[in-house]
Design a protein around this ligand. Structure first.
Ligand SMILES: Cc1cc2nc3c(=O)[nH]c(=O)nc-3n(C[C@H](O)[C@H](O)[C@H](O)COP(=O)(O)OP(=O)(O)OC[C@H]3O[C@@H](n4cnc5c(N)ncnc54)[C@H](O)[C@@H]3O)c2cc1C
Length: 422
């Protein structure tokens, strides 16, 4: 039996879900926010370093400070919140959806006209990375190490090896050193680092932590606890270069080998995920291919800035509210195409008749220098920008004014040309 009905239900209380719930409420929709943990704020709660909010608040905030500002906004509008509540199942009804929610009081069913998926992402774990050897205590993800130190106050390591140069690993390398541990090195299988340039400089170089590219961990040693790891160099075909193996004594192996958007629930609703983003396909309203289902934040694609996460949450929340009121018309969605140089672009579809700014986020496949991006609508260039350098870890944002799109039946095409090819 459905115990309550809302216009919009937002799943996930991180920065994406918080922004979505506030904008849904401000757009006049009755809104419920569901969070499985006992506090709002998502991953920001454990990111105690600064660097958040430069775009959104023009301030350099820590993760918890950023989260507090968003939580205050939510409290001011009085949006209904369920904490310690987990969405177990979603059923699509003829109109809207029914959610089965589990919490300490039992199971409740809630009806809604629209849903915003804002469940963030999870870290790739040791099981998803093939490493020979034993499985002793001390093998953990960078996010787990961050949770131990910043939330629980435990030191999980005295001498660590970090596998993968993702941002969380870089941030944790610095954090471990600041807390008195030794970080022997960061080992990255690719020939380029995966994290942001600023994190390489501020977290590794400033602390003399070596970064070994084209190198990986091939074996873990230890019975109860990690005693050491074997590392080896990797050739351009990702094969071990024989004779380069060496043993490193350490008490932990910390993994920073990628994030995966949390979208199992969407798949149960029959939504196909974009293989490049691991999130759903959306249009510029963050509307998925399923009517009434919206996605934002890290559940849509892995963002590097919380500010962009909040921005996509705002769009998704507002659009979900309009959909619930019958005011969001799905115009003609044209696929956004490219010349093969892009890892991905979000949104993947755009309504050329939209009266709102079209906001796109993209990442390139590989580093390009002195490149020019041109976005074309038919033969007209509707956006053009030169970039000194574009790197896959750094997400870029493009805003296209709606009045520029004059060929309403022609798709948008992203073309990236490097200077020597122009
Ligand atoms: C270590 C680290 C360092 C970072 N550093 C920076 C930085 O310096 N500057 C910056 O701008 N950004 C930084 N970021 C990025 C930023 O923190 C994230 O992009 C942002 O927090 C993602 O927000 P989100 O709301 O999409 O997801 P999350 O913050 O992960 O929130 C998702 C929420 O959904 C909840 N949830 C999931 N499934 C369910 C379910 N079934 N039912 C109910 N609730 C559910 C989760 O419990 C969680 O609270 C960093 C991220 C990390 C991990």
């Amino acid at each position: 039996m459905i115990v309550a009905s809302y216009d919009v239900v937002v799943i996930g209380g991180g920065p994406a879900g918080l922004a979505a719930a506030v904008s849904s409420h401000e757009s006049g929709a009755s809104t419920l926010l569901i969070e499985r943990e006992d506090r709002l704020g998502g991953i920001l709660k454990q990111c105690i370093h600064d660097g958040f909010g430069l775009e959104r608040f023009n301030q350099r905030l820590t993760g918890p400070e950023y989260a507090c500002k968003e939580i205050e906004k939510l409290r001011e509008c009085g949006v209904k919140v369920f904490l310690n509540s987990f969405v177990r199942e979603i059923k699509q009804l003829e109109r809207g959806f029914e959610l089965e929610i589990q919490n300490s009081k039992g199971v409740a069913r809630v009806g809604t006209k629209s849903i915003v998926f804002a469940m963030g992402c999870r870290e790739r774990s040791a099981k998803q990375v093939f490493i020979h050897g034993t499985r002793p205590a001390g093998v953990m993800t960078a996010g787990q190490a961050q949770f131990f130190i910043n939330i629980q106050g435990y030191m999980p390591s005295k001498r660590a090896v970090i596998l993968g140069s993702g941002d969380i690993g870089l941030i944790m390398a610095r954090r471990l050193v600041l807390e008195g541990a030794e970080v022997e090195g960061v080992y990255e299988i690719k020939s380029e680092p995966s994290g942001l340039s600023r994190n390489i400089a501020q977290c590794l170089e400033d602390f003399n932590i070596p970064l070994h590219l084209s190198t990986t961990v091939t074996r873990v040693f230890g019975k109860e606890r990690v005693e050491g790891v074997e590392v080896a160099q990797i050739d351009s075909n990702f094969k071990i270069v024989e004779g380069t193996q060496r043993y490193i004594p350490c008490d932990s192996l910390i993994l920073s080998v990628g994030l995966i958007p949390e979208n199992d629930m969407l798949e149960t609703l029959g939504l196909v995920l974009d293989n490049s983003t691991k999130g759903p396909y959306v249009d510029q309203n963050m509307h998925t291919m399923l009517d009434g289902a919206f996605s934002c934040g890290n559940a849509l694609h892995v963002n590097d800035l919380a500010d962009f996460v909040s921005e996509s949450g705002e769009i998704a929340g507002r659009s979900a509210a309009l959909f619930a009121k019958g005011e969001l018309l799905r115009g003609e969605s044209l696929p956004v195409e490219d010349n093969g140089k892009f890892l991905y672009k979000v949104p993947q579809f755009a309504d050329p008749c939209s009266s709102e700014d079209l906001i796109f986020y993209f990442r390139v496949k590989k580093e390009c220098r002195n490149a020019r991006l041109e976005v074309k609508n038919g033969d007209d260039v509707v956006f053009s920008k030169k970039y000194m350098v574009l790197r896959p870890p750094e997400m870029e944002k493009v805003i296209i004014k709606p009045e520029k799109i004059v060929h309403k039946d022609r798709s948008l095409v992203f073309n990236l040309v490097e200077a020597n090819n122009e």
